[in-house]
Write a protein that binds this ligand. Structure first.
Ligand code: F6P
Length: 346
């Protein structure tokens, strides 16, 4: 069997560990052949491939990013200018390249396309990926732990400079719909306020927490997820542009908070936006292990011809779930988890 592998959506530390595990186990234990598709769904859409064998995956375990490249190309929308449907083009290209099955490694959008392709008769197995950790079907996704550690380290560093200058420092982290990175990094870094998209915040209350913290000899650190927003203020925090899956590009909540905190407290407030630093560089041990286990089990699913399935973490076990489950609902931070962090506010 010849198996195509692709990585789609925002990149994430651990992608290479998945690819390595898929190829190592697939080639050595099952005698499978692999072909890499470049840049997510653009690869099968345009028949853009690269060789993928055991030699190609040597040394990539600690490397961030993805050796296959990634993109947010949406074949359900994009016909590549030919006028033919993206699905028809993918089917023709797979047949032309002699590719029998696909392993799609991605988040909601990439796996949404995989679900549709499976419904159209293409043998697909999915691997969940997002640093945001917001895919409902799995307890954790690889990349999340690395992002949390990067953000935690940034918060540790910001504490000392905030104290030296008696400033409030705002740290904006990723998380469009779910505040997992903000919550975990904020808890691990000892933030004084954590603001997440699931819970619209009250600006006066935030200013109150900041004031309270200034009354100690320490300076306040506010962690805010990029998708967080105030409850009663009429503001737009989008940049106006959309990606191929229709997501608005966010930006600006950290700056807005800094300005509002200055206005309400009279104290200096500055914002640091961590942005793509959270997605770059080498994965933590936890993410390398989780990604490797996902890869080992995904290629096992291919060997068993468990098409339309996705590997997922439940407790300590890797299980198979229907691909459609991956995109059914986002995993948001539940109120009781947020309440655990609120104990430390102010
Ligand atoms: O989906 C993961 C994510 O990291 C989001 O938290 C973030 O909004 C988005 O990707 C940004 O990705 P990009 O800048 O690559 O479009």
């Amino acid at each position: 069997m010849r198996v195509g592998v692709l990585t789609g959506g925002g990149d994430c530390p651990g992608l290479n560990a998945v690819i390595r595990a898929v190829v190592r186990r697939g080639a050595q234990e099952f005698g499978l052949e692999f072909v890499g598709f470049r840049d997510g769904w653009r690869g099968p859409l345009e028949a853009d491939t690269m060789p993928l064998d055991v030699n190609a995956v040597r040394g990539i375990l600690p490397r961030g990013g993805t050796i296959l490249g990634s993109s947010r190309t949406n074949p359900l929308k994009d016909s590549g200018g030919s006028g033919r449907s993206g699905i028809a083009r993918i089917k023709d290209n797979l047949a032309g390249l002699g590719v029998d099955a696909l392993i799609a490694i991605g988040g909601e959008d990439t796996l949404g396309v995989a679900t549709r392709l499976y419904a159209e008769g293409i043998p697909v197995v999915g691997v969940p990926k997002t640093i945001d950790n917001d895919l409902g079907a799995t307890d954790y996704t690889f990349g999340f732990d690395t992002a949390v550690n990067i953000a935690m380290e940034a918060i540790d560093r910001l504490h000392t400079t905030a104290e030296s200058h008696h400033r409030a420092l705002i740290v904006e982290v990723m998380g469009r719909h779910a505040g997992w990175i903000a919550l975990h990094a904020g808890l691990a870094g000892g933030a004084n306020v954590i603001l997440i998209p699931e819970r619209p915040f009250d600006m006066d209350k935030v200013a109150g927490y900041v004031e309270h913290r200034f009354q100690t000899r320490y300076a306040p650190i506010v962690v805010v997820a990029e998708g967080a927003h105030p409850a009663n203020e009429d503001i737009s925090l989008t940049t106006g542009s959309l990606d191929a899956f229709g997501h608005v590009r966010l930006g600006g909540i950290g700056q807005l908070l800094a300005a509002e905190i200055e206005k309400r407290t009279g104290k200096e407030a500055r914002c640091t936006v961590l942005g793509h630093i959270q997605r770059g560089g080498t994965p933590t041990a936890y993410d390398r292990v989780l990604a490797t286990r996902f890869g080992v089990h995904a290629v096992g699913a291919v060997h068993d011809e468990a098409w339309g399935s996705m590997v997922a973490l439940r407790g300590n076990d890797i299980i198979r779930v229907p691909l459609a489950e991956a995109t059914r609902e986002l995993k948001l931070v539940p109120p009781e988890r947020y309440a655990e962090a609120e104990v430390f506010f102010g």
